[in-house]
Design a protein around this ligand. Sequence first.
Ligand code: MTE
Ligand code: MO
Length: 260
Amino acid sequence: MASIVRDKRKPALDARSIIKDVSREMADPLRRALGKRILTLGGLALLSGCSLTDERSVDAMLRNISRFNDRMQGWLFDPRRLAPTYSEAMITRPFPFNAFYDIDDVPQIDGATYKLEVRGLISGKTQWTLAELRMLPQMSQITRHICIEGWSAIGRWDGIPFSQFLARTGADMSAKYVAFECADNYSTSIDMPTALHPQTLLTLGYDGQTLPPKYGFPMKLRMPTKLGYKNPKHIVAISVTNTYPGGYWENQGYNWFGGS
Ligand SMILES: Nc1nc2c(c(=O)[nH]1)N[C@H]1C(S)=C(S)[C@@H](COP(=O)(O)O)O[C@H]1N2
Ligand SMILES: [Mo]
């Protein structure tokens, strides 16, 4: 077990759980490169320059490591490398539902009055009806969705290559972030290289049908290069921005880049 930095006024921190949190926050190649050697509280304190004497300093250290991890993942991300695709026969049926609420509370959106709003660093159209979106060229893709909660499943999504959608809205492709607001008050945001990745799809369909409510009607951004929580369902607004937008889970400590 690691040595514990002790503060006489407070109970000792749980070294093992802190180290587990840190190792979870690290990008995989970094985790492998470092191995187990430096993963002691003393080593972490030295590396991060944090004293690790109380819960607040541990949280600050974890946030630093998570931001470092974002930069690492950003550097390592290869915009041309494709995520694996699968055959029709490998689709997981039924595909799991997940959200921060129960399936009975899935938002019911009226497709006839729905409008997608596009905001921020764009020069084109700011409102899109479903009929207009359905007229854009679509493609379909069978990929694996990986949820941080410990499950994965293969599904088929049908939609508009997001890079083409961004081009049509006259988005500033040199902006840092694309942010998403959802009808259930969920939110998330992604880096521009992932937004422009050839497998990033603005999906209107699931498995050849209209995207059902539980999977995000009318629209889910599907990215096989990112973990499940980065794939927003029920999108109502998209903004292109240079201001860090955060997100529902990201603001509660989930890693922002969230690559898979
Ligand atoms: N609007 C919205 N999008 C969301 C979520 C959510 O709660 N609300 N949950 C995320 C998480 S954690 C997962 S794993 C996937 C689940 O998508 P599915 O229901 O299609 O499996 O949606 C992601 N997108
Ligand atoms: Mo998830």
